[in-house]
Design a protein around this ligand. Structure first.
Ligand code: DQA
Length: 147
């Protein structure tokens, strides 16, 4: 019951970056919240962030070998990356796409997501709480799969 939680470019600056849009919580805070909840849900997590597209692709490949589910905030790569979509398409388990902001309320270039073509669910605009909601959903899906 391992879950990869992957974060794309500029999310290392979460808390400092446009806080009026993304809030004041840092990515370390998000990770701490996810770890606490994962403990309660009896999930193991690997939590990663990168500004480099290939690293995210490599983590998806790693997840293929070991993980039951992926929670991903691809950040700006959401709107550009066929390569991340292709990588996610090689993964068998549930994939939940998370956006901190409500991308649909923002510039039109944020309305399209390549990753949504693969995601089983999408959470947007619920702030950093979206990660925890995604983890809860994934725990439920993995439980159902176990039967
Ligand atoms: C984001 C939304 C993206 O459009 C943006 O490029 C990000 C963060 C979000 O979490 O709201 O970097 O994925």
């Amino acid at each position: 019951r391992l879950v990869y939680i992957l974060n794309g470019p500029n999310l290392n600056l979460l808390g400092k970056r446009q806080p009026q849009i993304y809030g004041y919580e840092t990515l370390a805070d998000v990770e701490a919240d996810c770890r606490k909840l994962a403990g309660e849900l009896k999930l193991d997590i690997r939590f990663h962030q990168s500004n480099r597209e290939y690293e995210i692709i490599d983590w998806v490949h790693e997840a293929r070998e070991s993980a039951g589910a992926i929670v991903i905030n691809p950040a700006a790569f959401t709107h550009t990356s066929v390569a991340i979509l292709d990588a996610l398409n090689t993964f068998d388990g549930p994939v939940i796409e998370v956006h901190i902001s409500n991308v649909h309320k923002r510039e039109s270039f944020r309305h399209h997501s390549y990753v949504s073509l693969r995601a089983d669910g999408v959470i947007a605009g619920l702030g950093t709480q979206g990660y925890q909601l995604a983890l809860r959903r994934v725990a439920q899906l993995l439980e159902e799969k176990k039967g």
